[in-house]
Design a protein around this ligand. Structure first.
Ligand SMILES: Cc1cc2nc3c(=O)[nH]c(=O)nc-3n(C[C@H](O)[C@H](O)[C@H](O)COP(=O)(O)OP(=O)(O)OC[C@H]3O[C@@H](n4cnc5c(N)ncnc54)[C@H](O)[C@@H]3O)c2cc1C
Length: 370
């Protein structure tokens, strides 16, 4: 009997999960995950302001994904890879070390970015505690300063102000406008709404990051500006300045660029390695590292299958601009911005989610209360 190929997916976050879902019908898939389920890095604002609502779409136990029924997900951390022997070593949650062999390895360990995206080994209780603590920290503050101009910062400022209209919320960003990687039209549309909601907008502010501070907690102290303005104070300061560190310390240096991201070719194959692919925020595909939001999970699955003798491989085409939802679902409507900055709104989001997300993207998710 011919053995099914074995694909190990290192890191089961947004992209590792989707890649595993595509490959599960065709291979024995083994996922290695530091979290006991999907804990998405998306929609920080919703997560901070309305964590229970956020959890419905972004924190989902692996046992609920129908396509993962045939896969095995190990709760642990990948600590090393032996490319000659085609094995990885995993430190499991119980502290034991185990080796897993692969025919193909997909690297999807992502990047750390503030307190909401960490490579720490966490069980469900740890994740729930983190969620509740950061929510409580913001809830207790009368004034909130958000530092940063990307989607995480913009979405946080909006959702905090929308959830608690009495709080003073200020958004400080270095450029003349926020969302510099989106089409300029996106911020033009949002700016007026932010002003109407009373959110203080402060362009031209670049924060001084205190020495040794990794931007991985909500702080309370004053914020100094290297752009010359007087210090700002608030009860809670949220740092969302895009300080991204790749989770690649387990990968041999020969496969990494100077910043620690995994070097890949147009097919998302790791350059210099055999039968290893990389996807998501850890993969140095293009300047904006767009393979996650460009939905390259389908392409990697296709290319892995081609490597195993089925079909043909395809080249990855990076996106020139960020796109998608910026502030998440509001009042049961989801506004999505296209790469050309056009806005369209999906109504009745709660009713459509099971179709547009659970079924179409994840190929089936069981209800939470089963
Ligand atoms: C469907 C979809 C929609 C998106 N929509 C948008 C959008 O609208 N706007 C936008 O800007 N972006 C969007 N994105 C992109 C998103 O913001 C990030 O780029 C994405 O979360 C990155 O995914 P990732 O898998 O690389 O990292 P993560 O989701 O962070 O997953 C990495 C996982 O690996 C774990 N890990 C780390 N080290 C190890 C180790 N040694 N061993 C085992 N596990 C480890 C981490 O703890 C984490 O769980 C979207 C992405 C997807 C998939």
């Amino acid at each position: 009997v011919k053995r099914r190929p074995r694909v190990v997916v290192a890191g089961v976050g947004d992209t590792g999960l989707l890649t595993a879902i595509h490959l599960a019908p065709h291979a024995d898939v083994v996922g290695i995950s530091t979290k006991a389920g999907l804990v998405s890095g998306q929609e920080l604002g919703l997560r901070l302001a309305r964590p229970r609502e956020w959890e419905r779409g972004y924190r989902i136990g692996f046992d609920r994904f129908r396509r993962l029924d045939s896969a095995r997900v190990i709760h642990g951390t990948v600590t090393s890879v032996d490319t000659d022997g085609r094995t990885i070593t995993v430190k499991a949650a119980d502290g034991s070390a185990q080796d897993e062999s692969y025919d193909v390895l997909v690297i999807a360990t992502g990047a750390s970015n503030g307190f909401w995206r960490t490579p720490a080994l966490q069980d469900d209780g740890d994740v729930a505690r983190d969620l509740d603590e950061s929510h409580a920290r913001i809830e207790a503050a009368d004034s909130v300063t958000v530092v940063g101009g990307g989607a995480a910062a913009v979405s946080s400022a909006w959702n905090i102000a929308a959830t608690w209209p009495d709080k003073r919320v200020d958004l400080y960003f270095p450029g003349t406008h926020a969302l510099p990687h989106h089409h300029p039209r996106v911020w033009r549309i949002l700016e007026g709404r932010f002003e109407a909601r009373g959110i203080g907008l402060h362009p031209g502010h670049r924060a001084v990051v205190p020495a040794g501070f990794r931007c991985d907690e909500i702080t309370g102290g004053p914020v100094a500006w290297s752009t010359g303005q007087p210090e700002s104070t608030a009860d809670a300061v949220l740092w969302a300045i895009g300080r991204v560190t790749p989770n690649s310390d387990w990968i041999p240096a020969e496969f990494l660029d100077a910043n620690g991201f995994v070097v890949v070719d147009d097919y998302l194959r790791v350059v210099g390695a055999e039968r290893i692919y990389a996807i998501g925020d850890v993969a140095a595909t293009d300047a904006l590292r767009t393979s996650a939001r460009a939905r390259a999970d389908r392409l990697v699955a296709r290319n892995v299958r081609a490597e195993l003798g089925h079909g043909t491989a395809k080249r990855f085409r990076p996106l020139a601009r960020r796109w998608g939802s910026v502030v998440g679902a509001q009042d049961n409507r989801l506004e999505v911005f296209s790469p050309s900055g056009r806005s369209w709104t999906i109504p009745a989001w709660d009713a459509l989610w099971p179709w547009l997300v659970a079924r179409s993207i994840y190929k089936g998710i069981r209800p939470a209360d089963r």
